[in-house]
Design a protein. Structure first.
Length: 275
């Protein structure tokens, strides 16, 4: 099965490119399921029903999130109405929404999706490793094809999650930093891994934000106003994964960078992965 994970969709420029480019990408590579981190889709901070519905309409099947999921108050209601929107599973009991689901492809195959959030340099929430183990066990009772979005600041914590889930998940991919890493690989137990998928944003920016305000804060320590999403040409950044039909483990992983100013990379459609 071919899966596509799209990194953090940032503001209108990221949403617009996903809406324009995703359908052709799915058709060309025969992708069965698309997962995207959508927590920054509304003005760079949070998600609304309008932005979430637009992302789903563009061809995304499941939306993951992270620490910015609650930045727009209406997300508290939207997440209860839209089961395809996940929040990190290690938020405390009683928080609206859920952190894992079973998605079904157009062909009827089941794919587990799990969203967890790290604790290093992040808010103090429940142990992501303990919660990931619990939720993966539940998902594996239904399907061996499981994708994990590890929303975290520290690369070490993301890498630790990759090795922790190795052999039990199809893909562990990091989000949050909006910068794609160059370490796409298949771990020794068969799990595909990349430390950060990157963001869908204008890269003539500071992690998707217009440069002026971040530069002011870094150079003067004075806030001159709110961050605003950069509005130039965006790049779709993500990860393409192909799984073994029996085990659900990975046989191929490739980064995707499409559009904008980054070096371009999309999978070759005529590549046949070795069994």
């Amino acid at each position: 099965m071919k899966l596509l994970f799209i990194g953090d969709i940032f503001g209108k420029t990221g949403r617009d490119l996903v809406q324009r480019a995703l359908p052709a990408l799915v058709d060309r590579h025969e992708i069965a399921l698309v997962i995207a981190n959508a927590e920054n889709s509304a003005g760079g901070f949070g998600i609304t029903r309008e932005t979430g519905d637009a992302i789903l309409k563009s061809g995304v099947d499941v939306m993951t999130s992270g620490n910015h999921v609650w930045d727009k108050k209406e997300a508290l209601d939207y997440i209860g109405l839209e089961p395809r929107l996940l929040r990190p599973a290690n938020y405390p009991h009683g928080v609206p929404g859920c952190g894992a689901l079973i998605a079904r492809t157009a062909q009827g195959d089941e794919v587990g999706v799990l969203n967890v959030m790290g604790r290093v340099f992040m808010v103090g929430i429940d142990d992501p490793f303990r919660i990931a183990e619990r939720e993966i066990d539940k998902l594996r009772a239904r399907t061996p094809i499981i994708l994990v979005d590890m929303h975290a600041e520290a690369t070490s914590e993301k890498m630790a999650m990759g090795h922790f889930c190795d052999g039990r998940a199809s893909l562990v991919v990091g989000t949050h930093t909006h910068v794609p890493t160059a370490d796409a690989q298949i771990l020794s137990g068969g799990t595909a891994y990349q430390t950060d998928a990157g963001g869908c944003c204008d890269y003539d920016s500071v992690i998707g934000n217009d440069k002026e305000e971040p530069l002011r804060r870094f150079t003067t320590r004075i806030s001159g106003g709110r961050y605003k999403p950069a509005s130039g040409p965006a790049t779709i950044c993500g990860v393409f994964v192909e799984t073994h039909p029996g085990t659900g483990l990975a046989r191929r992983i490739e980064p995707i960078r499409l559009g904008g100013r980054l070096s371009q990379h999309v999978p070759q459609v005529d590549v046949v992965a070795a069994e």
